[in-house]
Structure formats: structure tokens, C-alpha cells
Design a protein around this ligand. Structure first.
Ligand SMILES: C[S@@+](CC[C@H](N)C(=O)[O-])C[C@H]1O[C@@H](n2cnc3c(N)ncnc32)[C@H](O)[C@@H]1O
Length: 249
């Protein structure tokens, strides 16, 4: 029954089960489907958004930890911590193994939990970031409010995601590849056509990057910046939590 709902409305249980199922082949499929560009986009997000002075970062929907580990390796000074939060235990298991392999285990922690009820104290984090997660979240306004609450004043929200590219010859080619072929690649390599059909549908039916920027602005962030890669098929949003004005007198 859930299979007939639009991707963004299938709920956390559906998403958790799906990622538990594909965790084993997730990284391999990402590299193949994106021609290795996914690692480059994460590195760009880290370079654009993370500062060496950041001490505490929350990576929501951390999955197998690629964004968290990219930040730990490239951007943070010793003593900083990145917490990866995710619904899927199987994805987190891979993230933990990878953090041990890259000797980042001291700088990373992986925690089971939901983006819609972030299990940490308010106003703690310098950065809340996500990569390829927004399309799975049934209530994005609630998620952005949760991120806002988790950030200290002046902290940054950073989101990297896939979007349907605006109409063009490239968009038609992209549609052929991403909406038609990718589910078959998922079937061939991971034996999971349904999961990769869901991922491809979640891009096809997603909002525009401008609508997401607008929503971020309406949930209390300021100066929402938008960067587009691959002709708008992948976008990076960076926004800042307003510093509350000092009371007069
Ligand atoms: C496409 S993967 C992205 C993983 C990783 N960020 C990356 O860059 O490869 C989406 C991840 O978000 C997680 N996720 C989806 N909805 C979530 C939610 N509401 N709360 C926490 N994690 C969620 C999934 O379990 C999955 O691991």
C-alpha cells in the first residue's frame, strides 16, 4: 500500500527498512550511478561550508558516513566532533566500520535517531548538514525547524541534494538515465529494483531548489545561499541561524 504513495510521504518506517536493505551495496551503487561525482559534490559541500573552527557538527541522515567522514578528514581541527544521525542501523554499521578504517573514529559518533525529532540539546551545534536526505523526509518544514533549534546562534545549515533539473536537452537526457535506467542498474547490481525506483522517483517528484531555499528562509534562517552543480541536478544550500539581537539597556 505504502508503495503507491508519493516518495516523500511513505514515512520513516518505509525509509528505514529500504536503507537497511540496500546498505551493503549503497556505496558501490552511488559511485556507479553518479560516475564517482557524488564524492566530489560532498567534498565541495565540505569546502564551502565547514570551517576549521567548527567544534560540533551534526550530519543528519549520515547513512554510511561519507559526508561526515569527508568533513572529519578535510576540514576539522583535532578535538572537533561530528555526530552522524540516521534511522537505519545497517547504514550506521557501515559508517562505524568506515570511520575505524580511516582513523576518524575519535572524531565521529554515530547515533540511531530521526531527523524529525533530533535527540540532542538545543543550540549546541556549529553546523547541521545533510547529503541526499531531504527527498526522504515527509515534513521538511519540521526538519528545518529541528535543525534551527539544534544550531547555536550564527551556526550553519548545509544541505546537498538532487533535484529535477530545469527543462533543457540535458534534462531530457538526464530523465532517460536517472528515471529509466537507474532502477535497472539497482536491479542488476543490488537486486533492488524497487528501492532504486523509489530513489529515482524521489528526485523526479521533488521540489525546485528555489522552493527549498524559500522554505529554509521561512523556518528562521537568513542569507540562504544556493549553488548548483550538474546544471541544477545537484544543489547545495547554505543558510545561517540569525543571532538574536541583544536586549536594549
Ligand atoms: C540517500 S542516503 C544518504 C546517506 C549519506 N548522507 C550520503 O551522503 O550518502 C539517505 C539516508 O538518510 C536516512 N534518513 C532518511 N530519512 C531520515 C529521517 N527522517 N531521519 C534520519 N535519517 C533519515 C536514511 O536512512 C539514509 O541512510
Amino acid at each position: 500500500m505504502t508503495d503507491r504513495l508519493p516518495p516523500q510521504h511513505r514515512g520513516e518506517k518505509f525509509v528505514q527498512t529500504l536503507f537497511d536493505r540496500i546498505a551493503r551495496r549503497y556505496d558501490l551503487l552511488n559511485r556507479i550511478i553518479s560516475f564517482h561525482l557524488d564524492t566530489r559534490w560532498r567534498r565541495k559541500a565540505v569546502r564551502a561550508a565547514i570551517r576549521a573552527s567548527d567544534r560540533l557538527i551534526l550530519d543528519v541522515g549520515t547513512g554510511t558516513g561519507d559526508l561526515a567522514l569527508a568533513a572529519a578528514q578535510a576540514a576539522m581541527e583535532p578535538g572537533g566532533t561530528i555526530i552522524g544521525l540516521d534511522l537505519s542501523l545497517e547504514m550506521l554499521r557501515r559508517a562505524r566500520e568506515k570511520s575505524h578504517r580511516c582513523r576518524c573514529a575519535g572524531a565521529t559518533r554515530f547515533v540511531l535517531g530521526s531527523a524529525l525529532s533530533v535527540p540532542f540539546k538545543d543550540e549546541r551545534f556549529d553546523v547541521v548538514m545533510t547529503a541526499f536526505v531531504l527527498r526522504n523526509i515527509p515534513d521538511l518544514a519540521l526538519f528545518f525547524r529541528q535543525a534551527h533549534q539544534a544550531l547555536r546562534a550564527g551556526g550553519r545549515l548545509v544541505t546537498l541534494d538532487m533535484f529535477p533539473p530545469p527543462d533543457s536537452n540535458f534534462a531530457r537526457l538526464y530523465a532517460l538515465y536517472f528515471y529509466r535506467l537507474v532502477p535497472w542498474i539497482g536491479a542488476g547490481i543490488a537486486r533492488e529494483r524497487g528501492a532504486y525506483q523509489y530513489l529515482s522517483d524521489s528526485v523526479r517528484t521533488f521540489d525546485t531548489p528555489e522552493a527549498i531555499a524559500d522554505l529554509i528562509g521561512r523556518t528562521g534562517f537568513r542569507s540562504v545561499a544556493l549553488q548548483k552543480f550538474l546544471r541544477g541536478a545537484v544543489c547545495l544550500h547554505i543558510a545561517e541561524k540569525r543571532v538574536a539581537p541583544k536586549p536594549e539597556g
